[in-house]
Ligand binder design. Structure first.
Ligand SMILES: O=c1[nH]c(=O)c2[nH]c(=O)[nH]c2[nH]1
Length: 307
């Protein structure tokens, strides 16, 4: 033979699994990206196409989701150990299993301060913001007389693990979506807000304080809204800013609906009690709108939030 097979491995890469653990009203999230690579006696499939030793990559994906239910996700390491051991000990031809896991960390959205409509033990326990900084942006335009300042942020990722429904929508012959009465609501916020200030530099807003407050109101409105649609949540986030921050007249949002689909675990004899989700990255719903102080003219360009 003029050629021989060298190193080889196979499996399903980037299985996006989200596991919600419910401790009464307090929810805990584990959000992983799990890649499986198996190797062993795989000469035949490469040389002749015989699949006799091949556990399908599709099965490795199913195993990830089933194990999230069966063992839970205590830590990425523990989860990876379960998976690797399973593949090597249950499949004779598989000699090495390599599991790579990225974990996305989430922290709770703070809702117990004086601005919140919740106090003390009533705080929201199912709302999270992804750890890591969002990108803060601003655009300043000056024509020698008037200033226009539009500030904002992008890549602020938030999730509610309950208090979101979607039903009562139009159904035509192409509609297959099932109505949802308790779904995950997650989005990656891109927002721009325009300051009413246009002249007199002595009266310019405190930019740093304004940013911090706008971000806080946006997050609290996201956490505290019992959502019947992402559109409704968007409007709540915008009006909360306009109502609390007199320096801002207009806010525009671009909110991708980061879909989380319940995984069907029935084929493995497991019940998925709203615990194990597939986090899809595309396609995504894209919900965009401007919220304005009554009486002001909109000035934030339609496409600005997509930059
Ligand atoms: O909050 C939502 N708004 C929609 O317009 C929509 N459309 C859809 O399929 N799912 C959702 N969710």
């Amino acid at each position: 033979m003029p050629t021989i097979l060298g190193q080889n491995q196979y499996g399903k890469a980037e299985n996006r699994v989200v596991k919600i653990t419910r401790d009464g009203d307090t929810h805990h999230i584990k959000d992983l990206n799990v890649s499986v690579a198996l190797s062993g006696d795989m000469e035949d499939v490469h040389y002749s196409g015989s699949n006799a030793n091949v556990l399908p990559t599709d099965t490795t994906k199913n195993t990830v989701y089933a194990f999230a239910k069966e063992y839970g996700i205590e830590s990425a390491e523990q989860f990876g150990i379960h998976l690797a051991r399973h593949f090597v000990t249950s499949q004779e031809p598989i000699k090495v299993a390599r599991i790579r896991i990225e974990e996305y960390s989430w922290e709770r959205i703070e809702t117990s301060d004086a601005n919140s409509k919740f106090i003390g033990s009533d705080e929201v326990k199912h709302s999270f913001v992804r750890k890591g900084q969002e990108t803060r942006v601003t655009q300043i335009t000056y024509d020698g007389e008037k200033w226009e300042v539009i500030s904002g942020l992008k890549d602020l990722v938030v999730m509610n693990s309950t208090n979101s429904e979607f039903w009562g929508y139009v159904k035509d012959k192409y509609t297959t979506l099932q109505e949802a009465y308790d779904r995950i609501l997650a989005t990656q916020v891109s927002a721009r807000w325009r300051f009413s200030w246009t002249d007199d530099e002595q009266k310019a807003p405190n930019w740093e304080k304004s940013y911090e407050q706008v971000r806080k109101h946006m997050l609290q409105a996201f956490a505290e809204t019992y959502s019947l649609s992402l559109q409704q949540t968007l409007y709540q986030m915008g009006s909360r800013i306009i109502n609390n921050r007199s320096e801002i007249d207009e806010v525009r949002f671009s909110l991708p609906n980061k879909h989380h689909f319940l995984v069907d675990l029935e084929p493995f004899g497991l019940k998925n009690d709203n615990e194990v989700y597939f986090a899809a990255d595309r396609p995504y719903g894209l919900i965009e709108a401007t919220v304005l102080r009554d009486g002001v003219e909109p000035q934030i360009p339609v496409d600005m939030t997509n930059l």
